[in-house]
Design a protein around this ligand. Sequence first.
Ligand code: FRU
Length: 326
Amino acid sequence: APQEPVYRIGFSQCTTSDAWRRAMLAGMQKELGFYPNVQFQMLDAHNDSDLQRRQVQELLRQHVDLLIISPNQSGPLTDLAEAAYSQGTPVIVLDRRTTSRLYTAYVGGNNLEVGRTAGHYAAQLLGQKGNVIEVLGTPGSSPAAERHRGFAQALAAYPGLRLVAQMQGDWRPASVRQQLPAVLRAHPEANLLFVHNDQMAQAAQQVARQLGLGSRLRIIGVDGLAGPGNGLQLVADGALQATLLYPTGGEQAIRTALRILRHLPYEKENLLGTMVIDSTNVGAMRSQTEQLAMQQQDIQQQQRRLLEQQQRYASQATTVYLLLAS
Ligand code: FRU
């Protein structure tokens, strides 16, 4: 087979400090295992949009063959992503969006759908009447805006459901621990919290418990990640009433990147589905993800063996060649 060129993929990641981002990276690395000719470089912006701008500029200066970007906030990263795209560098927007349609492909969860599904689930849970508080992700980041929009749209169908308060979080538990106690004290009528990710939802649950509201406040999170301390476990343990699955898109981003680089057909919009995970299906979800993880280990072991065999074969071929030549 003809040798594939070396492709350099630069990834500008808004943060790497939570389990969901680590799962995204693990998904990317797993997929990258199939493409030894890809050089992959990730820069971590530590939740800082200014830093992320400088890092994107750095990747573009290096002339990466393709840029993947998960913008901390939409506005501040839009002009750079647009410029890269317009100058001919393919750009994949991953999970969080820019404000523009000038990109090569989008890969990520459907956040409007996440919000809507959460809203309808909340309505069903509360018998269509009750008081709801929403804890949002970072202002200006697209999943926060879209989850809110979808949630509000769904609630609008139920006159008995009221959104009584909102708290601006920043996707991180610390801000919830700080601000939520005052919000909950001001709204003793609240029955349910919709929290934009599971790690903030876990913090919210701890706050509610400390205030003695543990049993009457239902909490819905987002992400539904497997692994100790993450969403699936929180639901299984009853700390959260439910979570909305939000796939990371790591594998799909790399797969799409390679199709673009190889000039194969690809979809511009790759929206990943969501679903409610609650006590009725969390067991099945967990055993399925465990099985997938085991299969993944098998695949990686096979990849290693294949590589070893190829290396052995290559050195044997050299030996044969040397014998014949002598
Ligand atoms: C992780 C995270 C997830 C959330 C996503 C939104 O950094 O906060 O919990 O679903 O980012 O972009």
